[in-house]
Write a new protein. Sequence first.
Length: 333
Amino acid sequence: MSKSVKNRYGSAMRLIELERKSRVLTKAQFGCLRDAYTVNVTRGCEFMCVYCYARGYPEAPGPDEVQLYFSLPERLAAELDSPRRRSVIDWIVFNTASDSFQTHPDILETTYRAMRVLLEREIGFSFLTKGWIPNRFIELFSDHPDLVISRIGLVSMSDRYRDLFEPQAATVIERLQNIERLKAAGIGVEVRIDPIIPFWTDDEASIKELYGALAARGVSMVSLSYLHLRPAILGQLQKELPPKEYKVILSCFQSQPWTVIGTSARSKLIPLPLREKGYERFLNLSEGFGIKPLICSCKNPDLHAHWCSVGMRTETTRKPLGKKERQLTLFPC
Ligand code: SF4
């Protein structure tokens, strides 16, 4: 079924309901998420971030179209409860190629039911979002605070940055309010500062403003990663950014070769000296705010970086750990 609607921010989008043929629970093959079970509620994402690598996948829907796996909750329950399942899954990662908190009510309803399926079975999960989290989710999570880790994507306090780079995602204020409401409900909150845009979001004043807002809301840990390029991302930046901003970003990558990074056969990193200086600024400034930054190893293979998902449990042949023994995910990227 196909429905044309406007999203929360007034942009037109077409939602198509899709019956997923393949298994719902799949293992990631890359980086810090290797071997973790991952779930995506949709294919495509209404937030349309200009740097989104998932928009470049061959199977990605066209612009302004999102495909919803409407039967995900039932399929998830069937796979988890199957008598043929020999292993135990006790942790799942949402949103490796989409966002569960897109604004369309049908997407939110499917997300809510899928998350409830997990919590009813004492299965924990983490999610990364740039969307607004409705209150009913916070209420659901508050009944199971040890089973949920929320990760809020926030790179800059600048509304202009959000308008240019993440045009349909939640506003800065809304994301800060997510942090406040999640914290008040006792839910673990981490912030992902990714992608850092050179000369846009990595100067001292911008970092201090962001750290200040996060520290004021009790955030004590962030993960960091600079923008990386793939051919499709380059095309999106060229098409969707103003020429001046595009040229500045392009100039940072011009001397860099296309190379293999993770599962991508053609990627470019910001030159190492530029990244090192930038990360150093983030690290030095963090001390004054009581924030611990982790540099993600997935997109920094040439740096001494962190394995962001330390301690994440994915699948075992043993019984699930009790609550006290459960090791929680740190920054699955
Ligand atoms: S929120 Fe995530 S999945 Fe959605 S467009 Fe932005 S980067 Fe892509």
